[in-house]
Design a binder for this molecule. Sequence first.
Ligand code: ADP
Length: 259
Amino acid sequence: MTALDIRNLNVSFRLPDREAPLDVLRGVSLRVAEGEIVAVVGESGSGKTTLIRAVTGSLADNATFDADVFSLGGLDLRSLSRSAYARVRGGQIGFVPQDPLQGLNPVVPVGRLAEEPLRKRGVGRAQRRRQVLELFERVGLPDPERVHRSFAHELSGGMCQRVLIAAAISTRPRLLIADEPTSALDVTIQKRILDLLVELRDEIPCSIVLVTHDLGLAEERADKLHVISRGRIVESGSPAQILNAPADDYTKLLLTAST
Ligand code: ADP
């Protein structure tokens, strides 16, 4: 079964000062099998965020989008209205944002923020608190009760990222999308967070799309790598294939940058 199947995705943006639209994704294909961890690796500006937004249905209003196939768990997303898309996304996609502090409202205790996806699903207060405390324990947060009533600035970056992961998995999503989930953290913590995602993949179970500029971090955990450059996938394969025999010049550059 395929968790996510995208074939020949094009995304362009209309710009007020230009007649021709800006083509940002050009013929991108991405297939994620159930339980697979797929990394999309590319430098800043290559189109990674645009790809994530296309999948989560949150492209900006100036975007135009077309694809030959665009399905999540076998459901054709192209035929859905925005609101139907939002419902599907809420139930099936968990999203871990890049910067923990941007993902967490500073004036609301993190426990309440982590309960939000469950609240939106109509889970009652006592039950969602219980579930979130269990999830905090699961993602390795010490003293979940204390964390629950803390504000983001009272926790370390790694702890905030664990809170966001707990929130993202609380609805048991079929697909977890992690957008540079470790770039704001130091190297040891980065590795721990990625290892946690790998463990959760087996436990939930779910598939994971890991988006990053760091080829070195991705190759240790992903089953498959896609290298994206200027809106095109320039190379795809297993980490071993790509690292041992990169076919594309851009991949070779990324490899040099990550060693
Ligand atoms: P990445 O996440 O790899 O850094 P992005 O997907 O954010 O790349 O951006 C790719 C390109 O698309 C950039 O040139 C960016 O300026 C452009 N872009 C992204 N969103 C918009 C938008 N709403 N309108 C116009 N251009 C955009």
